[in-house]
Design a protein around this ligand. Structure first.
Ligand code: GBH
Length: 532
Protein backbone atom coordinates (compact mmCIF):
# COMPACT_ATOMS: atom_id res chain seq x y z
CA UNK A 1 0.00 0.00 0.00
CA UNK A 2 2.78 2.29 0.98
CA UNK A 3 4.32 2.48 -2.49
CA UNK A 4 1.14 2.93 -4.33
CA UNK A 5 2.02 6.28 -5.83
CA UNK A 6 5.37 5.39 -7.48
CA UNK A 7 3.92 2.12 -8.73
CA UNK A 8 0.98 3.90 -10.27
CA UNK A 9 3.40 6.37 -11.78
CA UNK A 10 5.46 3.55 -13.28
CA UNK A 11 2.41 1.85 -14.63
CA UNK A 12 1.37 5.01 -16.44
CA UNK A 13 4.83 5.44 -17.94
CA UNK A 14 5.02 1.84 -18.96
CA UNK A 15 1.64 1.91 -20.60
CA UNK A 16 2.28 5.20 -22.32
CA UNK A 17 5.69 4.25 -23.64
CA UNK A 18 4.69 0.77 -24.68
CA UNK A 19 1.72 2.12 -26.50
CA UNK A 20 3.94 4.69 -28.17
CA UNK A 21 6.47 2.04 -29.24
CA UNK A 22 3.90 -0.40 -30.42
CA UNK A 23 2.38 2.29 -32.58
CA UNK A 24 5.54 3.92 -33.89
CA UNK A 25 7.59 0.76 -34.46
CA UNK A 26 4.89 -0.93 -36.53
CA UNK A 27 4.62 -3.96 -34.28
CA UNK A 28 8.28 -4.80 -34.50
CA UNK A 29 8.55 -4.62 -30.76
CA UNK A 30 6.66 -7.15 -28.72
CA UNK A 31 5.34 -6.50 -25.33
CA UNK A 32 8.15 -8.26 -23.43
CA UNK A 33 10.74 -6.20 -25.19
CA UNK A 34 8.69 -3.19 -24.43
CA UNK A 35 8.75 -3.91 -20.72
CA UNK A 36 12.52 -3.86 -20.75
CA UNK A 37 13.06 -1.19 -23.33
CA UNK A 38 15.52 1.54 -22.62
CA UNK A 39 12.77 4.06 -22.69
CA UNK A 40 10.96 2.22 -19.98
CA UNK A 41 14.13 2.04 -17.96
CA UNK A 42 14.61 5.80 -18.28
CA UNK A 43 11.02 6.32 -17.31
CA UNK A 44 11.58 4.22 -14.25
CA UNK A 45 14.59 6.27 -13.21
CA UNK A 46 12.68 9.48 -13.76
CA UNK A 47 9.73 8.26 -11.87
CA UNK A 48 11.62 7.12 -8.79
CA UNK A 49 13.74 10.24 -8.81
CA UNK A 50 10.80 12.56 -9.09
CA UNK A 51 9.06 10.78 -6.29
CA UNK A 52 12.05 10.96 -4.02
CA UNK A 53 12.92 14.56 -4.83
CA UNK A 54 9.39 15.78 -4.41
CA UNK A 55 9.03 13.70 -1.32
CA UNK A 56 6.12 12.06 -2.97
CA UNK A 57 6.78 8.47 -2.11
CA UNK A 58 3.57 7.57 -0.51
CA UNK A 59 5.18 6.05 2.50
CA UNK A 60 2.31 5.81 4.94
CA UNK A 61 2.17 8.51 7.59
CA UNK A 62 3.37 6.49 10.54
CA UNK A 63 4.63 7.36 13.98
CA UNK A 64 7.64 5.34 15.05
CA UNK A 65 7.47 2.55 17.58
CA UNK A 66 7.38 3.90 21.09
CA UNK A 67 5.30 6.95 20.16
CA UNK A 68 2.47 7.00 22.69
CA UNK A 69 -1.19 7.39 21.85
CA UNK A 70 -3.55 8.17 24.67
CA UNK A 71 -6.79 9.75 25.83
CA UNK A 72 -7.47 12.21 28.63
CA UNK A 73 -10.13 13.18 31.17
CA UNK A 74 -10.29 15.19 34.40
CA UNK A 75 -11.82 14.32 37.77
CA UNK A 76 -14.61 16.88 38.10
CA UNK A 77 -15.62 16.41 34.48
CA UNK A 78 -16.25 12.65 34.74
CA UNK A 79 -16.37 11.28 38.29
CA UNK A 80 -19.63 12.48 39.79
CA UNK A 81 -20.10 11.17 43.36
CA UNK A 82 -19.48 14.72 44.48
CA UNK A 83 -20.43 14.17 48.14
CA UNK A 84 -19.77 10.46 48.57
CA UNK A 85 -17.63 8.70 51.18
CA UNK A 86 -15.91 11.65 52.74
CA UNK A 87 -15.15 13.80 49.70
CA UNK A 88 -14.89 17.53 50.48
CA UNK A 89 -16.45 20.39 48.54
CA UNK A 90 -14.60 21.82 45.55
CA UNK A 91 -14.98 25.28 44.04
CA UNK A 92 -16.87 23.68 41.15
CA UNK A 93 -19.34 22.00 43.49
CA UNK A 94 -20.04 25.35 45.09
CA UNK A 95 -20.17 27.37 41.88
CA UNK A 96 -22.52 24.99 40.07
CA UNK A 97 -24.82 24.64 43.09
CA UNK A 98 -24.98 28.28 44.11
CA UNK A 99 -24.81 30.01 40.75
CA UNK A 100 -26.19 27.50 38.22
CA UNK A 101 -27.02 30.36 35.87
CA UNK A 102 -23.28 30.69 35.25
CA UNK A 103 -23.31 27.27 33.57
CA UNK A 104 -24.75 27.31 30.04
CA UNK A 105 -27.27 24.51 30.64
CA UNK A 106 -27.47 25.05 34.44
CA UNK A 107 -25.93 21.63 34.94
CA UNK A 108 -23.22 20.42 37.31
CA UNK A 109 -20.81 17.56 37.91
CA UNK A 110 -22.79 15.94 40.74
CA UNK A 111 -23.26 12.81 38.64
CA UNK A 112 -21.29 13.63 35.46
CA UNK A 113 -20.25 10.35 33.79
CA UNK A 114 -20.47 8.41 37.02
CA UNK A 115 -16.88 7.30 36.55
CA UNK A 116 -16.45 6.97 40.30
CA UNK A 117 -18.64 3.85 39.99
CA UNK A 118 -17.41 2.65 36.61
CA UNK A 119 -13.71 1.96 36.91
CA UNK A 120 -13.79 -1.38 35.09
CA UNK A 121 -16.12 -0.15 32.36
CA UNK A 122 -14.08 2.97 31.64
CA UNK A 123 -10.80 1.09 31.52
CA UNK A 124 -12.43 -1.35 29.10
CA UNK A 125 -13.33 1.58 26.82
CA UNK A 126 -9.74 2.79 26.92
CA UNK A 127 -8.49 -0.71 26.25
CA UNK A 128 -10.81 -1.08 23.27
CA UNK A 129 -9.33 2.06 21.73
CA UNK A 130 -5.96 0.34 21.72
CA UNK A 131 -4.20 3.32 23.30
CA UNK A 132 -1.32 2.90 25.71
CA UNK A 133 -1.75 5.99 27.92
CA UNK A 134 -4.56 7.37 30.05
CA UNK A 135 -4.26 10.87 31.46
CA UNK A 136 -6.66 11.55 34.32
CA UNK A 137 -6.66 13.91 37.26
CA UNK A 138 -7.01 13.40 40.98
CA UNK A 139 -9.68 15.33 42.84
CA UNK A 140 -7.86 17.17 45.62
CA UNK A 141 -10.95 17.32 47.90
CA UNK A 142 -11.55 13.58 47.39
CA UNK A 143 -8.10 12.93 48.88
CA UNK A 144 -8.03 15.84 51.35
CA UNK A 145 -11.56 17.04 52.13
CA UNK A 146 -10.49 20.56 53.06
CA UNK A 147 -7.28 20.58 51.10
CA UNK A 148 -4.93 20.32 54.06
CA UNK A 149 -2.89 17.20 54.62
CA UNK A 150 -3.68 16.46 58.25
CA UNK A 151 -6.79 14.47 57.32
CA UNK A 152 -6.64 11.94 54.49
CA UNK A 153 -9.85 10.50 53.10
CA UNK A 154 -9.02 6.81 52.70
CA UNK A 155 -11.85 6.25 50.24
CA UNK A 156 -10.13 8.67 47.84
CA UNK A 157 -6.92 6.67 48.04
CA UNK A 158 -8.89 3.46 47.49
CA UNK A 159 -10.67 4.86 44.43
CA UNK A 160 -7.53 6.01 42.60
CA UNK A 161 -5.76 2.80 43.56
CA UNK A 162 -8.52 0.94 41.81
CA UNK A 163 -8.21 3.10 38.71
CA UNK A 164 -4.43 2.72 38.59
CA UNK A 165 -4.45 -1.04 39.19
CA UNK A 166 -7.12 -1.64 36.60
CA UNK A 167 -5.15 0.40 34.04
CA UNK A 168 -1.94 -1.48 34.73
CA UNK A 169 -3.73 -4.82 34.53
CA UNK A 170 -4.72 -3.76 31.03
CA UNK A 171 -1.25 -2.54 30.02
CA UNK A 172 -2.30 1.09 29.96
CA UNK A 173 0.15 3.63 31.41
CA UNK A 174 -1.48 5.87 34.01
CA UNK A 175 -0.56 9.57 33.80
CA UNK A 176 -1.77 11.77 36.64
CA UNK A 177 -2.60 15.46 36.58
CA UNK A 178 -2.30 16.54 40.19
CA UNK A 179 -4.44 19.67 39.82
CA UNK A 180 -7.10 20.04 37.14
CA UNK A 181 -9.10 22.97 38.54
CA UNK A 182 -11.27 21.38 41.27
CA UNK A 183 -9.70 23.25 44.17
CA UNK A 184 -11.01 22.46 47.68
CA UNK A 185 -13.41 25.26 48.59
CA UNK A 186 -11.72 25.59 51.98
CA UNK A 187 -8.52 26.72 50.24
CA UNK A 188 -10.38 29.16 48.06
CA UNK A 189 -11.80 30.72 51.19
CA UNK A 190 -8.19 31.40 52.14
CA UNK A 191 -7.59 33.26 48.88
CA UNK A 192 -7.07 30.33 46.53
CA UNK A 193 -4.04 30.64 44.30
CA UNK A 194 -3.47 34.26 45.22
CA UNK A 195 -2.37 33.01 48.65
CA UNK A 196 1.39 32.40 48.71
CA UNK A 197 0.90 29.52 51.18
CA UNK A 198 -0.88 27.57 48.43
CA UNK A 199 2.53 26.42 47.20
CA UNK A 200 3.12 24.64 50.51
CA UNK A 201 -0.37 23.12 50.49
CA UNK A 202 0.24 21.84 46.96
CA UNK A 203 3.53 20.26 48.02
CA UNK A 204 1.86 18.43 50.91
CA UNK A 205 -1.03 17.23 48.74
CA UNK A 206 1.38 16.03 46.04
CA UNK A 207 3.48 14.21 48.60
CA UNK A 208 0.45 12.13 49.59
CA UNK A 209 -0.08 11.17 45.94
CA UNK A 210 3.59 10.14 45.51
CA UNK A 211 3.48 8.12 48.73
CA UNK A 212 0.34 6.26 47.73
CA UNK A 213 0.55 5.99 43.94
CA UNK A 214 4.20 6.65 43.06
CA UNK A 215 5.10 2.97 43.07
CA UNK A 216 2.88 2.47 40.02
CA UNK A 217 2.48 5.91 38.40
CA UNK A 218 5.50 7.12 36.43
CA UNK A 219 4.07 10.12 34.58
CA UNK A 220 3.07 13.16 36.64
CA UNK A 221 1.79 16.59 35.69
CA UNK A 222 1.52 19.24 38.38
CA UNK A 223 -0.98 21.70 36.87
CA UNK A 224 -3.41 21.77 33.99
CA UNK A 225 -3.48 25.06 32.09
CA UNK A 226 -2.63 27.72 34.66
CA UNK A 227 -3.43 30.32 32.01
CA UNK A 228 -7.08 29.27 32.17
CA UNK A 229 -7.55 29.05 35.90
CA UNK A 230 -5.45 32.12 36.68
CA UNK A 231 -7.15 34.31 34.13
CA UNK A 232 -10.80 33.37 33.90
CA UNK A 233 -13.05 34.31 36.77
CA UNK A 234 -14.82 31.28 38.28
CA UNK A 235 -12.06 28.94 37.06
CA UNK A 236 -9.60 30.77 39.24
CA UNK A 237 -9.74 29.41 42.71
CA UNK A 238 -9.84 33.02 43.86
CA UNK A 239 -12.43 35.68 43.42
CA UNK A 240 -10.69 36.87 40.31
CA UNK A 241 -12.19 39.57 38.14
CA UNK A 242 -11.90 38.45 34.52
CA UNK A 243 -8.52 39.34 33.09
CA UNK A 244 -7.31 41.10 36.23
CA UNK A 245 -3.73 42.25 35.87
CA UNK A 246 -3.27 41.93 39.62
CA UNK A 247 -4.75 38.67 40.87
CA UNK A 248 -3.97 36.74 37.68
CA UNK A 249 -0.27 37.49 38.03
CA UNK A 250 -0.34 36.63 41.74
CA UNK A 251 -2.03 33.34 40.91
CA UNK A 252 0.50 32.58 38.18
CA UNK A 253 3.37 33.40 40.47
CA UNK A 254 2.23 31.04 43.21
CA UNK A 255 1.45 28.32 40.70
CA UNK A 256 4.90 28.50 39.12
CA UNK A 257 6.55 28.47 42.56
CA UNK A 258 4.34 25.55 43.60
CA UNK A 259 5.27 23.67 40.44
CA UNK A 260 8.99 24.16 41.09
CA UNK A 261 8.69 23.13 44.73
CA UNK A 262 6.70 19.98 43.93
CA UNK A 263 9.21 19.04 41.25
CA UNK A 264 12.23 19.50 43.56
CA UNK A 265 10.55 17.53 46.33
CA UNK A 266 9.76 14.73 43.87
CA UNK A 267 13.30 14.85 42.48
CA UNK A 268 14.98 14.71 45.89
CA UNK A 269 12.69 12.52 47.95
CA UNK A 270 10.82 10.22 45.58
CA UNK A 271 12.52 9.78 42.22
CA UNK A 272 15.63 8.10 43.64
CA UNK A 273 13.36 5.41 45.12
CA UNK A 274 10.50 5.11 42.68
CA UNK A 275 11.54 6.76 39.40
CA UNK A 276 9.13 8.59 37.14
CA UNK A 277 8.90 11.83 35.20
CA UNK A 278 7.19 15.10 35.94
CA UNK A 279 5.99 18.00 33.81
CA UNK A 280 3.43 20.78 33.72
CA UNK A 281 0.57 21.16 31.23
CA UNK A 282 0.42 24.52 29.45
CA UNK A 283 -2.14 25.53 26.83
CA UNK A 284 -0.97 27.15 23.66
CA UNK A 285 -3.33 28.38 21.00
CA UNK A 286 -1.08 29.36 18.10
CA UNK A 287 -0.92 33.15 17.61
CA UNK A 288 -0.46 34.06 13.97
CA UNK A 289 0.16 37.68 12.93
CA UNK A 290 -2.94 39.18 11.31
CA UNK A 291 -0.82 40.82 8.60
CA UNK A 292 2.80 41.00 7.46
CA UNK A 293 3.28 44.33 9.22
CA UNK A 294 6.07 44.57 11.79
CA UNK A 295 3.47 45.73 14.35
CA UNK A 296 1.33 42.63 13.95
CA UNK A 297 4.35 40.34 14.00
CA UNK A 298 5.52 41.95 17.24
CA UNK A 299 1.96 41.76 18.62
CA UNK A 300 1.80 38.02 17.93
CA UNK A 301 5.17 37.39 19.55
CA UNK A 302 4.12 39.48 22.55
CA UNK A 303 0.88 37.48 22.89
CA UNK A 304 2.83 34.20 22.70
CA UNK A 305 5.06 35.35 25.51
CA UNK A 306 2.22 36.61 27.69
CA UNK A 307 0.00 33.58 27.23
CA UNK A 308 2.45 30.73 26.91
CA UNK A 309 5.84 32.15 27.91
CA UNK A 310 4.31 33.33 31.18
CA UNK A 311 4.42 29.72 32.44
CA UNK A 312 6.96 28.15 30.10
CA UNK A 313 9.81 30.67 30.23
CA UNK A 314 10.52 30.35 33.98
CA UNK A 315 10.68 26.55 33.66
CA UNK A 316 11.93 25.73 30.16
CA UNK A 317 14.11 28.65 29.00
CA UNK A 318 17.87 28.81 29.38
CA UNK A 319 17.69 32.05 31.39
CA UNK A 320 14.67 31.21 33.56
CA UNK A 321 12.36 33.83 35.10
CA UNK A 322 9.46 35.57 33.30
CA UNK A 323 9.80 36.39 29.59
CA UNK A 324 11.76 39.69 29.36
CA UNK A 325 8.97 41.34 27.35
CA UNK A 326 6.43 40.50 30.05
CA UNK A 327 8.71 41.85 32.76
CA UNK A 328 9.36 45.13 30.97
CA UNK A 329 5.79 45.79 29.79
CA UNK A 330 4.09 45.07 33.13
CA UNK A 331 6.77 46.96 35.08
CA UNK A 332 6.33 50.02 32.86
CA UNK A 333 2.53 49.90 32.80
CA UNK A 334 2.36 49.46 36.57
CA UNK A 335 4.54 52.50 37.09
CA UNK A 336 2.42 54.62 34.75
CA UNK A 337 -0.68 53.46 36.60
CA UNK A 338 0.72 54.63 39.92
CA UNK A 339 1.59 51.27 41.50
CA UNK A 340 4.51 51.43 43.93
CA UNK A 341 5.91 48.22 42.46
CA UNK A 342 5.17 46.00 39.50
CA UNK A 343 1.89 44.09 39.36
CA UNK A 344 3.96 41.16 38.11
CA UNK A 345 5.64 39.73 41.24
CA UNK A 346 9.37 38.93 41.20
CA UNK A 347 11.09 35.64 41.88
CA UNK A 348 14.09 35.73 44.19
CA UNK A 349 17.36 34.61 42.53
CA UNK A 350 17.03 31.37 44.48
CA UNK A 351 13.53 30.82 43.13
CA UNK A 352 14.61 31.49 39.56
CA UNK A 353 17.22 28.76 39.97
CA UNK A 354 14.85 26.36 41.72
CA UNK A 355 12.19 26.75 39.00
CA UNK A 356 14.48 26.70 35.99
CA UNK A 357 14.70 23.18 34.58
CA UNK A 358 12.01 21.86 36.93
CA UNK A 359 10.39 19.59 34.34
CA UNK A 360 11.25 16.39 32.50
CA UNK A 361 8.76 17.15 29.76
CA UNK A 362 6.37 19.84 28.64
CA UNK A 363 2.70 18.87 28.55
CA UNK A 364 1.05 20.72 25.70
CA UNK A 365 -2.65 21.36 25.26
CA UNK A 366 -3.18 22.60 21.72
CA UNK A 367 -6.59 23.04 20.13
CA UNK A 368 -6.70 26.03 17.82
CA UNK A 369 -5.20 29.22 16.35
CA UNK A 370 -5.92 32.96 16.53
CA UNK A 371 -4.93 35.90 14.38
CA UNK A 372 -3.28 38.65 16.36
CA UNK A 373 -3.43 42.32 15.58
CA UNK A 374 -1.70 45.29 17.17
CA UNK A 375 -4.16 47.73 18.77
CA UNK A 376 -3.62 51.30 20.04
CA UNK A 377 -2.23 51.27 23.55
CA UNK A 378 -4.77 51.63 26.34
CA UNK A 379 -3.34 51.79 29.82
CA UNK A 380 -6.39 53.04 31.68
CA UNK A 381 -6.98 49.86 33.69
CA UNK A 382 -4.54 47.38 35.22
CA UNK A 383 -5.76 44.41 33.18
CA UNK A 384 -3.64 41.71 31.61
CA UNK A 385 -5.54 42.47 28.42
CA UNK A 386 -4.15 46.00 28.38
CA UNK A 387 -0.71 44.62 29.14
CA UNK A 388 -0.80 42.28 26.14
CA UNK A 389 -2.39 45.02 24.06
CA UNK A 390 -3.53 42.99 21.06
CA UNK A 391 -6.75 42.02 19.38
CA UNK A 392 -7.30 38.30 18.82
CA UNK A 393 -9.36 37.32 15.84
CA UNK A 394 -10.83 34.03 14.61
CA UNK A 395 -10.63 33.85 10.83
CA UNK A 396 -14.14 33.33 9.46
CA UNK A 397 -12.72 31.03 6.79
CA UNK A 398 -11.56 28.45 9.33
CA UNK A 399 -13.96 25.53 9.82
CA UNK A 400 -15.99 25.83 13.02
CA UNK A 401 -16.70 23.25 15.73
CA UNK A 402 -19.23 22.91 18.54
CA UNK A 403 -17.24 25.43 20.64
CA UNK A 404 -17.13 29.09 19.65
CA UNK A 405 -13.48 29.45 20.72
CA UNK A 406 -12.31 26.44 18.73
CA UNK A 407 -11.82 26.52 14.96
CA UNK A 408 -9.99 23.92 12.91
CA UNK A 409 -6.49 25.09 11.94
CA UNK A 410 -4.16 22.09 11.70
CA UNK A 411 -1.14 24.06 10.44
CA UNK A 412 -1.08 26.01 13.71
CA UNK A 413 0.00 22.81 15.48
CA UNK A 414 3.21 22.51 13.46
CA UNK A 415 3.97 26.21 14.02
CA UNK A 416 3.38 25.86 17.75
CA UNK A 417 5.74 22.91 18.01
CA UNK A 418 8.41 24.67 15.97
CA UNK A 419 8.13 27.79 18.12
CA UNK A 420 8.65 25.65 21.22
CA UNK A 421 11.61 23.91 19.64
CA UNK A 422 13.28 27.22 18.92
CA UNK A 423 12.35 29.01 22.14
CA UNK A 424 13.25 26.28 24.61
CA UNK A 425 15.96 24.22 22.93
CA UNK A 426 13.75 21.45 21.63
CA UNK A 427 12.15 20.26 24.86
CA UNK A 428 10.60 16.85 25.22
CA UNK A 429 6.87 17.33 24.66
CA UNK A 430 3.89 15.17 25.47
CA UNK A 431 0.75 16.43 23.76
CA UNK A 432 -1.61 16.20 26.71
CA UNK A 433 -4.74 17.49 24.95
CA UNK A 434 -6.02 18.06 21.42
CA UNK A 435 -9.56 17.58 20.27
CA UNK A 436 -12.78 19.19 19.16
CA UNK A 437 -16.41 19.33 20.15
CA UNK A 438 -19.60 18.41 18.35
CA UNK A 439 -23.19 18.17 19.48
CA UNK A 440 -24.58 14.78 20.55
CA UNK A 441 -24.65 12.06 17.88
CA UNK A 442 -22.44 9.21 16.72
CA UNK A 443 -21.62 10.37 13.20
CA UNK A 444 -18.66 12.64 13.78
CA UNK A 445 -16.72 12.65 10.53
CA UNK A 446 -15.75 16.24 11.30
CA UNK A 447 -13.92 15.02 14.39
CA UNK A 448 -12.10 12.42 12.31
CA UNK A 449 -11.01 15.13 9.89
CA UNK A 450 -9.89 17.28 12.80
CA UNK A 451 -7.79 14.56 14.41
CA UNK A 452 -6.39 13.43 11.08
CA UNK A 453 -5.43 16.97 10.10
CA UNK A 454 -3.77 17.71 13.42
CA UNK A 455 -1.93 14.37 13.44
CA UNK A 456 -0.53 15.06 9.97
CA UNK A 457 0.67 18.45 11.14
CA UNK A 458 2.20 16.82 14.21
CA UNK A 459 3.85 14.19 12.02
CA UNK A 460 5.47 16.92 9.90
CA UNK A 461 6.68 18.69 13.03
CA UNK A 462 8.25 15.50 14.36
CA UNK A 463 9.66 13.84 11.26
CA UNK A 464 10.32 16.83 8.99
CA UNK A 465 11.27 19.46 11.55
CA UNK A 466 12.74 17.32 14.29
CA UNK A 467 10.45 18.42 17.13
CA UNK A 468 10.82 16.15 20.14
CA UNK A 469 7.26 14.94 20.71
CA UNK A 470 6.88 11.61 22.48
CA UNK A 471 3.13 11.14 22.44
CA UNK A 472 -0.33 12.41 21.60
CA UNK A 473 -3.33 12.37 23.92
CA UNK A 474 -6.83 13.00 22.58
CA UNK A 475 -9.26 15.07 24.65
CA UNK A 476 -11.47 13.36 25.54
CA UNK A 477 -12.08 9.67 26.10
CA UNK A 478 -15.79 10.42 26.42
CA UNK A 479 -18.25 13.30 26.65
CA UNK A 480 -18.12 15.03 29.99
CA UNK A 481 -18.95 18.15 31.99
CA UNK A 482 -17.39 20.84 29.81
CA UNK A 483 -17.06 23.43 32.62
CA UNK A 484 -19.15 26.52 31.97
CA UNK A 485 -20.57 24.96 28.80
CA UNK A 486 -22.09 22.11 30.84
CA UNK A 487 -22.97 19.05 28.74
CA UNK A 488 -23.70 21.10 25.64
CA UNK A 489 -20.29 20.65 24.01
CA UNK A 490 -19.16 17.08 23.44
CA UNK A 491 -15.47 16.23 23.03
CA UNK A 492 -15.75 12.46 23.43
CA UNK A 493 -14.62 9.60 21.23
CA UNK A 494 -17.41 7.86 23.11
CA UNK A 495 -20.79 9.48 23.39
CA UNK A 496 -22.35 9.47 26.85
CA UNK A 497 -26.14 9.19 26.95
CA UNK A 498 -27.11 11.47 29.83
CA UNK A 499 -30.75 10.39 29.54
CA UNK A 500 -30.00 6.76 30.29
CA UNK A 501 -29.74 5.65 33.92
CA UNK A 502 -26.53 3.76 33.12
CA UNK A 503 -24.93 6.77 31.42
CA UNK A 504 -24.35 4.47 28.48
CA UNK A 505 -21.13 5.01 26.54
CA UNK A 506 -21.22 4.34 22.79
CA UNK A 507 -18.25 4.63 20.44
CA UNK A 508 -18.51 7.34 17.79
CA UNK A 509 -17.09 6.88 14.29
CA UNK A 510 -14.03 8.75 15.52
CA UNK A 511 -13.41 6.02 18.11
CA UNK A 512 -13.04 3.57 15.24
CA UNK A 513 -10.68 5.92 13.41
CA UNK A 514 -8.57 6.56 16.51
CA UNK A 515 -8.41 2.85 17.32
CA UNK A 516 -6.91 2.16 13.93
CA UNK A 517 -4.36 4.95 14.42
CA UNK A 518 -3.43 3.79 17.91
CA UNK A 519 -3.15 0.14 16.92
CA UNK A 520 -1.15 0.63 13.70
CA UNK A 521 0.67 3.87 14.54
CA UNK A 522 -0.27 4.99 11.02
CA UNK A 523 -2.85 7.36 9.57
CA UNK A 524 -5.14 5.92 6.90
CA UNK A 525 -4.13 6.78 3.31
CA UNK A 526 -7.43 8.39 2.69
CA UNK A 527 -10.39 9.10 4.89
CA UNK A 528 -12.69 8.13 2.06
CA UNK A 529 -11.29 4.57 2.20
CA UNK A 530 -12.08 4.22 5.87
CA UNK A 531 -14.65 1.55 6.47
CA UNK A 532 -16.81 3.20 9.07
C1 GBH B 1 -9.03 22.30 28.12
O1 GBH B 1 -9.13 23.68 28.15
C2 GBH B 1 -9.23 21.74 29.50
O2 GBH B 1 -8.01 21.28 30.03
C3 GBH B 1 -10.26 20.65 29.57
O3 GBH B 1 -10.61 20.43 30.90
C4 GBH B 1 -11.43 21.02 28.70
O4 GBH B 1 -12.50 20.14 28.83
C5 GBH B 1 -10.94 21.02 27.28
O5 GBH B 1 -9.85 21.87 27.12
C6 GBH B 1 -11.97 21.44 26.26
O6 GBH B 1 -12.32 22.78 26.41
O7 GBH B 1 -16.61 29.04 28.40
O8 GBH B 1 -16.53 30.49 26.49
O9 GBH B 1 -15.44 31.15 28.57
C7 GBH B 1 -9.01 24.32 26.89
C8 GBH B 1 -9.02 25.81 27.04
C9 GBH B 1 -10.17 27.38 28.39
C10 GBH B 1 -11.17 26.58 26.40
C11 GBH B 1 -11.50 27.90 28.86
C12 GBH B 1 -12.52 27.10 26.85
C13 GBH B 1 -13.58 28.77 28.21
C14 GBH B 1 -14.36 29.36 27.08
N1 GBH B 1 -10.32 26.26 27.52
N2 GBH B 1 -12.32 28.25 27.71
S1 GBH B 1 -15.84 30.06 27.68
Amino acid sequence: MGNRRPLTCLWYYKTAFCAYHLVTSHNTMNSTMCQFSGVFFLALLYCVNASVLNNEIDSPVCFKDGFLFGVATAAYQIEGAWNVSGKGVSIWDKLTHEEPEKIFDHSNGDIADGSYYKVKEDVRLIKELGVSLYRFSVSWPRILPNGLSYKINEDGIRYYNEVIDELIRNNITPAITIFHWDLPQYLRDMGGWTNALMADFMVEYSRILFENFGDRVKIWMTFNEPLTFCQLSDYAGADNPEGSGIKSYLCGHNVIRAHGMVYRMFEEEYRPKIGGEMGIVISYAWEEPYSDSEEDKAAAERARNFQFGWFAHPIFSEAGDYPPIMRSVVDKNSKEQGFPSSRLPSFTPGEVKMIKGSADFLGLNHYTTRLVQQVPKNNSNPTSENDINVKQIIDEKWPKTGSSWLSVVPWGFRKTLNWLKLAYNNPKILVTENGMSTGPGLDDKKRIEYIDGYLRSLHDAVYEDGCNVVGYTYWSLMDNFEWKRGYSERFGLYEVDYESPNLTRTPRLSAKYYTSVAKTGCLPDSLADLEL
